[in-house]
Design a protein around this ligand. Structure first.
Ligand code: NOJ
Ligand code: CA
Length: 549
């Protein structure tokens, strides 16, 4: 039996929600979010319909890269609480039926990690081989991931006088994952977090993590998956692999599906934004059709935005500039000439119709949705904060000055207040909870509809001919049940005729987001009127079906 055929596949239809404890909710009033705050907001997340939390790195760290520079894999940064608070949070989340995945950042450590200290001090000692060292600066033209700050991937270490490799900032030396002992340590880290309640991992920077000169890359990933599955059969790994689809397939383990369980669909995300810019469904349609077929034990994670820049590096230069021109006209809204440091509402000028259509479209794509905290209320980036930090501002709970955060705190968190239109007075959870027409209420309905439509996570996809370039119509079929999504990316309304085959006579069409609306199919032909920037989620229910609708 294949490893990918084992275990409970809860993640196939999970609703993921990524948050950083630091910016979510501050409970003790020191201006920094903490585990106690998070535990106290789990009911809010459960009510939203979230089924799995993905926690950004919360470990001890000098935070040179927002916590993606870890100095101790077995702890909690004291600003957020301690391990006991983590376990309390786990208990509360499990009580609400929520699962938890944590970030596994093992391509590199912080340069403050004791392994690095030992490695640089004693090259022939126990930790000497833990990092990638060279006596002379290697002739290596590999581009650093942060080209605005770093001009290469090798830096001289002042302590040893030798050179060490770093794919990211110089404070993040790359671990030598070719070394057996490093691999063993990584397995222990995974084992630890599984034991204290994690259900899996979001795996950081996977292609770099398994970079190996010995052609053993995929052996490593396969053995990590094996280690994970031996410790908990239902545990999963959601990997960050921003590469073309054929390469992503290799990171799933090809048709065996025995490497990463899930991957973010970066190609689809970039196509989605190009489609948004063009008001033309073509790029997204092509991406959907180009997706490789996955083993049943694998899944795509679909997202609109994440905590990094909206990277557009897989588009051509001309396409990238179409998206830049449409959604990031100012140079300060772009980074590394490859991405946009804005959130979706900023890019769409808070047009409520367009924003709702975007989320409706994204969650209807085959796979499982991954939300970034604040998306549910339309949190906007803070353009006064440079770089990626613009999209990492505190969650806005109330209409007070700091949106529910104490006024003290680290400059990193509360220094720049969001401007007019983006401030807590205009965008906050508490107001939206009381408003049935709010984005939050809409997101809840959308998520509830996703959860009642297993076809989206499991079904077989057909992209239909909608007769208009601006309309995407796709159908997902599972065990004779049909889910149909139709989205109009353009500003003007459209009449759409869809020909649906394989349906029983007297099939009713139920609108999942607008339950009052029902229509009958006329011999397999469905006529729809779509408003500008709108989406429909439909369920086709044959007469006599026991499906609740
Ligand atoms: C990818 C993470 O998403 C990003 O935030 C981080 O800077 C790099 N990996 C390095 O860990
Ligand atoms: Ca706090």
């Amino acid at each position: 039996m294949r490893i990918s055929d084992t275990g409970d596949r809860w993640w196939k239809t999970a609703v993921f929600y990524n948050l950083d404890v630091k910016t979510f909710l501050d409970w003790n009033g020191d201006g920094i979010g903490d585990f106690e705050g998070l535990a106290n907001r789990l009911d809010y997340l459960a009510d939203l319909g979230v089924t799995c939390l993905w926690l950004a790195p919360f470990y001890p760290s000098p935070r040179e890269d927002n916590g993606y520079d870890i100095s101790d894999y077995y702890g909690v940064h004291p600003d957020y609480g301690h391990l006991g608070d983590f376990v309390e949070f786990v208990r509360t989340a499990k009580d609400r039926g929520m699962r938890i995945i944590v970030d596994l950042v093992v391509n590199h450590t912080s340069d403050q990690h004791p392994w690095f200290t030992a490695s640089r001090e004693d090259p022939s000692g126990e930790y000497g081989e833990f990092y990638r060292w060279a006596d002379e600066r290697p002739d290596d033209a590999t581009a650093n991931m942060f080209p605005d700050v770093e001009d290469g991937v090798w830096s001289e270490d002042e302590v040893s006088g030798r050179f060490y490799r770093h794919t990211f900032y110089r404070q993040q030396p790359d671990l030598n994952t070719d070394a057996e002992r490093v691999r063993e340590e990584i397995e222990k880290v995974m084992g630890f977090w599984l034991q204290v309640g994690a259900d899996g991992f979001r795996v950081d920077a996977v292609p770099y993590l398994i970079e190996s000169e010995q052609g053993r890359e995929h052996d490593f990933l396969r053995s990590l998956r094996g280690a994970l599955t031996r410790r908990r059969g239902s545990a999963m790994m959601l990997g960050e692999v921003n590469l073309p689809y054929d390469e992503q397939l290799e990171f799933f383990g090809g048709e065996d599906g025995d490497e990463l369980t899930m991957q973010f669909d970066f190609v689809g995300n970039q196509a989605l934004w190009l489609s948004m810019a063009r008001q033309n469904a073509g790029p997204l349609r092509e991406a959907l059709l180009a997706r490789p077929e996955l083993a049943t034990g694998n899944q795509w994670g679909n997202f609109v935005r994440n905590h990094d820049e909206l990277t557009l590096d897989q588009l051509t230069e001309a396409e990238r500039y179409e998206v830049f021109d449409a959604f990031a006209p100012e140079a300060s809204q772009r980074i590394h000439d490859r991405g946009i440091v804005r959130r979706a509402p900023g890019m769409l000028e808070s047009d409520p119709r367009r924003l709702r259509m975007l989320y409706s479209l994204a969650y209807s794509l085959p796979g499982a949705p991954v939300l970034y905290y604040g998306e549910e209320i339309g949190l906007i980036e803070n353009g006064a904060i440079p770089g990626r930090s613009a999209v990492r501002t505190p969650m806005q709970w109330t209409d007070g000055e700091h949106g529910g955060f104490a006024p003290a705190g680290t400059p990193e968190i509360v220094a720049e207040q969001p401007g007019e239109g983006a401030a807590p007075a205009q965008i906050n959870v508490s107001a939206q909870l009381r408003d049935e027409d709010s984005l939050l209420a809409f997101q809840r309905r959308l998520i509830a509809a996703y959860r009642s439509s297993p076809e989206i996570g499991w079904g077989e996809l057909t992209v239909l001919d909608a007769g208009h370039d601006c309309v995407l119509a796709h159908r997902l079929r599972l065990d004779g049940a049909d889910f149909l999504a139709v989205h109009n990316l353009a500003a003007h309304g459209r009449s759409v005729e869809l020909a649906l085959d394989g349906l029983a006579d007297e099939t009713a069409v139920v609108s999942l987001l607008d339950p009052a609306s029902r229509s009958e199919l006329d011999g397999g032909n469905l006529s729809l009127e779509l408003d500008g920037y709108s989406g429909l989620w439909l369920r086709l229910v044959p007469q006599g079906s026991r499906r609740l609708h």
